[in-house]
Design a protein around this ligand. Sequence first.
Ligand code: AMP
Length: 112
Amino acid sequence: MEDCIFCRIINEEVPAKKVYEDSEFLVFADVNPQAPVHNLVIPKKHISNIMEIRDGEMLGRLFEVVQKVAQQEGIASDGFRVVNNCGENGGQTVDHLHFHLLGGRFMEWPPG
Ligand code: AMP
């Protein structure tokens, strides 16, 4: 999608620090990190948010990528947090489905 910043990252029109890539998914560092490890896991196919997911199996594959990247980033054994913000009240600011992968420190609860 032309005016989507994450599609532009996928198309290499906007730079990003890539952490993992395959034919279906891209993982890159969040530009405004909230933890020592803060990556965004996205499908390359433009899907606006959770409400637009039609292929549930895609999510299983996405979480296999989360596992791989958690291992790769060295946060798998200590634990980490996966966050999805959906829609306005959820705090979503980029309308391309993405999961925040946060680790490297203890995560407080509840979120704000
Ligand atoms: P959300 O608020 O859940 O929609 O998350 C969007 C995230 O995308 C925020 O954490 C931003 O810091 C991050 N972000 C926005 N633009 C970029 C970019 N060009 N490269 C990396 N991360 C970005």
